[in-house]
Design a protein around this ligand. Structure first.
Ligand code: PHE
Length: 457
């Protein structure tokens, strides 16, 4: 066991784990997806529902993934095999996790590449509009390669010397940069209106669809449903309290999402740009906002650097899911796994990179999906995001929650939670077991059905 732990690695400290897992959680989901969803969903009303979903549903399920990982000390496939044997059909759920890690990493790196590009845009392409920028094959593929290379470099260093070390460096930088942008944003004349929009709930916008979107976002933002937290949990020492460490991850992630709102909405209000501009908010509307404010150039660079950092600490967790599978289950070394998976991810990412205008047959899939697309997605990147990042994660979370609550057994899982832990009193443990067995599967099923029926905020 000792040599095995040495080979797999382990977090060096509690704060190291918290920062790494918070780094996974904090990403494009907080700074790009959350603000535009809030912008479209009536501001404060969405924020309130989102908070309830994160704390009430996301957090208990996060504990479950961490517990499964720590119990088995394995990647998602190995974790499931360790409980039900290699021939069980449940192994398919683990395999889905590894595949989802690979697919999400591919398109996530494309968007993260844009962020890197925007951070240096004044140098590489001054004045180039977003549409033209993403339609340039050399630009998008080059940036994708740069971002993916950074991800590989961190992961090849292993758990303590790679992921943990970089999380400890990058997260504090991220926070400081965010605070700088917030200070600029909230001191703009007219900023108050944006803060009011973000904080004061407008319940007329609330619908069942909005609740389903908020729930889906709660899973995405906490990196749940595809085994990232099983994997990170597998490097946790038995002496750690999962509830305390996991609780910090939730707090940290929530604070950063709220901070993103304070960066973005006051600036939008001050410059009169519409908050409900959808996925393009960060790349289209914000540069317009920055261009209009004093010190805008500097703020713009700062913003896109921090967006790149947030994306990097998430992409390393996506890659780690796949790498941990190959390190645990095959004879491949970490270095070999990282290089081979990195190569395949790059190839897989190319169609996504070219799907925003560079190649017409990837950018408009109407000839395959009809004029409305599939669940509203009509280009290759959006299609992967909907199929894997939204519906896929919800289906993954559904089966993982059933597996943990009913196959492993919620009371067994609770023992793993109690090991090394004191935060969860016997009463809270009972609540958790009940949630895992009945409430979570039901609620996750509602998200899946909502997604399949086709929701529209
Ligand atoms: N939580 C990350 C974000 O908010 C995305 C992510 C999803 C990362 C799933 C890992 C696994 O951007």
């Amino acid at each position: 066991m000792a040599t095995e732990t040495l080979q797999r690695g382990q977090w060096g400290s509690r704060i190291g784990f918290i920062l790494a897992a918070a780094g996974s959680a904090i990403g494009l989901g907080n700074i790009w997806r959350f603000p535009y969803l809030a912008g479209e969903g009536g501001g404060g009303a969405f924020v309130l529902i989102y908070l309830v979903c994160v704390v009430g549903i996301g957090m208990p399920y996060l504990f479950a993934e961490l517990a499964l990982g720590r119990k088995s000390q394995r990647n998602p496939v190995g974790a499931i095999m360790s409980l039900v044997g290699p021939r069980s059909l449940w192994v398919i759920v683990g395999a889905f996790c590894v595949l989802a890690g690979f697919v999400i990493l591919s398109y996530y790196s494309v968007i993260a590449g844009w962020a890197v590009g925007y951070a240096v845009k004044e140098v590489i392409a001054p004045g180039m509009p977003f549409g033209e920028f993403v339609a340039s094959p050399t630009m998008v593929i080059g940036l994708l390669a740069v971002f993916l290379a950074l991800t590989l470099l961190v992961v090849v260093g292993g758990i303590e010397q790679g992921i943990e070390r970089w999380a400890k460096i990058l997260l504090p930088i991220l926070l400081v940069l965010m605070i700088l942008v917030i200070i600029r944003s909230v001191t703009l004349p007219g900023a108050g209106e944006g803060i009011a929009f973000f904080l004061i709930p407008d319940f007329s916008q609330v619908s069942l669809d909005l609740v389903i979107v908020a729930l889906g976002q709660a899973f995405f933002t906490l990196s749940l449903g595809m085994g990232a937290m099983i994997t990170y949990g597998s490097y946790l020492a038995k002496t750690e309290d999962i509830a305390i460490s996991g609780g910090y991850v939730v707090i940290f992630n929530t604070v950063v999402a709220l901070m993103a709102g304070f960066m973005i909405f006051p600036a939008l209000a001050a410059t009169g740009v519409d908050a409900a501009s959808g996925p393009a908010l960060v790349f289209l509307a914000l540069p317009e906002v920055f261009a209009q404010m004093p010190l805008g150039g500097l703020v713009s660079v700062t913003f896109f650097v921090l967006l790149s950092i947030a994306a990097l600490t998430s992409s390393i967790s996506l890659l780690e899911v796949v790498v941990s599978y190959f390190v645990d289950e095959t004879a491949w070394s970490r270095k070999k796994s990282v290089l081979i998976i990195g190569g395949f991810t790059f190839l897989m990412a190319i169609p996504s990179a070219l799907s925003q205008g560079a190649v017409a047959s990837l950018s408009d899939l109407s000839y395959l999906l009809g004029d409305d697309g599939l669940f509203g997605a009509n280009d290759f990147l959006s299609l992967l995001d909907v199929l894997v990042g939204s519906v896929g994660l919800a289906i993954g979370a559904f089966f993982l929650s059933i597996f943990i609550a009913w196959v492993w057994g919620a009371s067994e899982a609770a023992k793993e939670l109690e090991q090394g832990g004191s935060l969860l009193t016997p009463g809270l443990i009972k609540v958790w077991v009940f949630m895992m067995k009945y409430v979570l599967p039901l609620i996750i099923a509602v998200i899946i059905i909502g997604n399949l029926v086709g929701i529209d905020v």
